[in-house]
Design a protein around this ligand. Structure first.
Ligand code: NAP
Length: 285
């Protein structure tokens, strides 16, 4: 039977460490790490994500601000709020929840966030730093996957790693982080020819496609490690990943479940980036 890579337990352990470090930070500086989340409009999924981020901040003892703006907010109003947060010394991390309503330019607002407070690591300055390895922050979902692999004793160096998906928030940074850990990395996408022949080469296979039951048993090598980033709904409306879990699990050595795998780590990495930003702002390494 495959080892289940437990995102919930790993996330709890990392959050415990963050909570302890937050107490030390408070003693040393008299301040709390502060995260401001900006949400515009009424998108129900975004509201849940923002609520979860707020709860996670409270759990580790951070200062948490949620700025909920009405749907009719103008670009100028949104930009002005981001500028205000850029200059607020109590705020170390700023996150603008995406997607924004259609009349707002997400790229423009993301460019306005001070790169030192860009805890999602979406600003081009941070993306560039990740590419050359001088980064302050790592993008949350891929960073969480590296932590999961390491804390489950899975060696990356020298392994054949295949990432399906090349989005800016998951696939591309995932490939870079695996490369940094000395994996030999291949990125696949919708134009990849004979995908299964490539994925069958993988010692570590990461799927970030967004299609239920996309990764089937014939696409994995016996004994591979499978990381499922997908968050999809099955025919019954139940949350599921990209991997046909029951068919693939008997063939692999380790696998992330959905839910309870990659998902719980993403917000935890956001907390870690915020703590890092706070320590940097306070001059603590
Ligand atoms: P995305 O921007 O839609 O990217 C999907 C990628 O899959 C694209 O690069 C696309 O290729 C590729 N793809 C689509 N069909 C394919 C096919 N038939 N064969 C090979 N590749 C194919 O999605 P995303 O934002 O990266 O998210 C991917 C999934 O991860 C979604 O389910 C999302 O909900 C989930 N997610 C989870 C977390 C978490 O915390 N657990 C965080 C972020 C995202 P092209 O580039 O050629 O179109």
């Amino acid at each position: 039977m495959a080892m289940l890579i437990d995102g919930k337990a790993t996330s709890r352990a990392v959050r415990d460490e963050i909570r302890a470090e937050t107490e030390r930070f408070l003693k040393a500086t008299g301040m709390l790490p502060g995260l401001a989340v900006v949400i515009v409009g009424e998108d129900p999924a975004s509201q849940i994500y923002v609520r979860n981020k707020h709860k996670a901040c409270e759990e580790v003892g951070f200062l948490s601000q949620v700025h909920a703006l009405p749907e009719a907010t103008t670009q100028e109003e949104l930009d002005a709020l981001v500028e205000k947060l850029n200059h607020d010394p109590a705020i170390h991390g700023i996150l603008v929840q995406l997607p924004l309503p259609k009349h707002l330019d997400a790229e423009e607002v993301l460019l306005r966030i001070d790169p030192e407070k860009d805890v999602d690591a979406f600003h081009p300055v941070n993306v560039g730093k990740i590419m050359i390895g001088t980064d302050s922050f790592l993008p949350c979902t891929p960073a969480g996957i590296i932590v999961l692999l390491k804390r489950h004793g899975i060696e990356i160096a020298g392994k054949r790693c295949v990432v399906i998906g090349r989005s800016n928030i998951v696939g591309k940074p995932m490939a870079l982080l695996l490369l940094r850990e000395n994996g030999t990395v291949t990125i696949c996408h919708s134009r990849t020819k004979d995908l299964a022949s490539v994925t069958r080469e993988a010692d570590i296979l990461v799927s970030s496609v967004g299609k239920a039951k996309f990764v089937t048993a014939d696409m994995v090598k016996e004994g591979a490690v499978v990381i499922d980033v997908g968050m999809n709904r099955d025919e019954a409306g139940k949350l599921c990943g990209d991997v046909d879990f029951s068919a693939v699990e008997p063939h692999v050595s380790a696998i992330t479940p959905v839910p309870g795998g990659v998902g719980p780590m993403t917000i935890t990495m956001l907390l870690q980036n915020t703590l890092k930003a706070a320590k940097k702002a306070a001059g603590i390494a």
